[in-house]
Write a protein that binds this ligand. Structure first.
Ligand code: TRP
Length: 365
C-alpha cells in the first residue's frame, strides 16, 4: 500500500465494483473525487484525516451492492464529504458544498432538502456525524442521491420530536408517533431503541421519500418482528429466518445493533416498506464465515451469489479468513420501492479488523 493516496485506494475498488455490476465507472469516479475533496490526496499510510463513523477504521466511504428482484445489480457508496481542513465546525458546510456542487447536474430536489435542513444543523461536537451521502448507481445509468441526517444531533431526548417535525414539514408520516409506540420496546425509546438516521431521497422530484432508521441494541428476533409488524405485507417468517441465518442461529444480538428502517412516501399515512440491517461483522469470527452466511441468504432468496464473490474480489485486499469487517452489514429490503438484499463492503483503507480466531490466539499467548 505504501504511498497510496486515499483516492487511489478507493477509486480502484469502486472502478472494479462498477465493472462487476456492468456499470460505467466514470460518474461514480467523478463523484468519489468530489466527495473526498482535497483529502483525496492524503496518504493512506498517514491515517485518517477525520475520524469518520462511516466505517470502523474511519474510512469515509463504504460500498454496497444491492441485489434486486429484476436480477440487476446496483452499486452504492455511503460517504462523508471531506476536505483537508475538516473539523467539527466545517463538517456541515463541507457536506452542503458537496451537495450544492452536484445539485444542477443531477437535478437534486434541493427544495425538499432545504425544508428540513435547519432542523439538523445544530453544531454538536459530541456526536459521530452530521450529514452523510448515499450515491446510488443503477444499471440504466441513473445516479440517485440520498442524504442522512442525524436525529440525535440536538441530543438524544430531542430525537423523536425532531423526526416528527421533519416528517411533518415534508407532509409525511401522520401516524409516526403511533408507529414508534407500537414498534419500540416499552420504555426503550432513546435507550435500547434509538433513532439512528433520517434519510431523504433527493431524486424524486417534488415528492419526498424518506427513511427513518431505528437501532435496536441488545435485541432479539422477536423485537425485530415487532418492529416490522406494523408495515403491511411484511412476511415475518421470512424476516425471522433472514435474521437468524445472518446471525448464525443466535437469538440475542448484543454486539453492534440490529437496525430497522421504515420507508415513507407521499400519499400514504404509514410506512410502506421495511428493511432490516444486520451488522454481521459483530457476529462472525472472520469474513469467510460472513461470506458463507451471505451466500446462503442470496441463494435462499434466488439471487446470483456468484456476483457476491466478484464484488468481494473487487473490494478485498486480503484473504477473507484473515480479518473481520469487510462484510459489514447485510440487509433485507421488504416492500416498495424495491425488495431485495444488500451487502455492505468496507473499503478497509486504514485498517483490517482482527479475526476472532486471531484475537483468541493472542489472548492465549
Ligand atoms: N458504521 C456505522 C455503523 O455500522 C454506520 C453505517 C454504515 C451503517 N453503513 C451502515 C448503519 C449500514 C446501518 C446500516 O453503524
Amino acid at each position: 500500500m505504501g504511498d497510496a493516496s486515499l483516492i487511489g485506494h478507493l477509486s480502484g475498488q469502486l472502478d472494479r465494483l462498477c465493472r462487476v455490476a456492468g456499470l460505467d465507472p466514470a460518474t461514480a469516479q467523478a463523484l468519489l473525487a468530489d466527495l473526498l475533496g482535497s483529502a483525496g490526496s492524503s496518504l493512506v499510510a498517514d491515517g485518517p484525516v477525520w475520524l469518520s463513523d462511516v466505517a470502523d477504521d474511519h474510512t469515509p466511504v463504504e460500498f454496497s451492492i444491492a441485489f434486486d428482484a429484476d436480477g440487476q445489480l446496483t452499486v452504492r457508496v455511503l460517504g462523508e464529504a471531506l476536505s483537508s481542513d475538516i473539523n467539527t465546525d466545517t463538517l456541515l458546510p463541507i457536506a452542503y458544498a458537496f451537495l450544492r456542487a452536484q445539485s444542477t447536474r443531477f437535478d437534486l430536489a434541493m427544495p425538499l432538502f432545504e425544508r428540513v435542513q435547519d432542523l439538523f444543523a445544530k453544531p454538536n461536537p459530541d456526536i459521530g456525524f452530521a450529514l452523510w451521502h448515499s450515491l446510488v448507481f443503477r444499471h440504466d445509468g441513473r445516479t440517485e442521491f440520498k442524504v442522512y441526517f442525524n436525529p440525535e444531533i440536538g441530543g438524544q431526548e430531542q430525537a423523536p420530536e425532531l423526526v416528527a417535525e421533519a416528517l411533518q414539514r415534508l407532509g409525511l408520516g401522520t401516524s409516526y408517533r403511533d408507529l414508534l409506540e407500537r414498534t419500540m420496546r416499552p420504555g426503550e425509546l432513546g435507550r435500547r431503541d434509538r433513532l439512528a438516521f433520517f434519510a431523504l431521497d433527493l431524486h424524486d422530484g417534488p415528492h419526498a421519500r424518506v427513511k427513518v432508521y431505528v437501532s435496536h441494541y441488545d435485541a432479539g428476533i422477536p423485537d425485530v418482528l415487532r418492529a416490522a409488524s406494523v408495515v403491511d405485507g411484511v412476511d415475518l417468517d421470512t424476516l425471522a429466518e433472514f435474521c437468524s441465518t445472518a446471525g448464525g442461529g443466535r437469538d440475542r444480538f448484543d454486539g453492534r445493533p440490529l437496525v430497522s428502517s421504515y420507508t415513507f412516501l407521499a400519499g400514504a399515512d404509514g410506512p410502506l416498506g421495511y428493511s432490516l440491517y444486520v451488522p454481521i461483522r459483530s457476529y462472525v469470527n472472520d469474513d469467510a464465515e460472513a461470506r458463507s452466511r451471505v451466500m446462503a441468504l442470496l441463494d435462499r432468496h434466488g439471487f446470483d451469489s456468484v456476483a457476491l464473490d466478484r464484488a468481494i474480489d473487487a473490494v478485498a485486499g486480503r484473504p477473507l479468513a484473515d480479518g473481520v469487517g469487510l462484510i459489514a452489514h447485510v440487509s433485507l429490503r421488504l416492500g416498495p420501492p424495491r425488495p431485495g438484499i444488500t451487502v455492505y463492503l468496507s473499503a478497509e483503507a486504514y485498517q483490517v479488523g482482527p479475526a476472532a480466531s486471531a484475537v483468541s490466539a493472542r489472548t492465549k499467548e
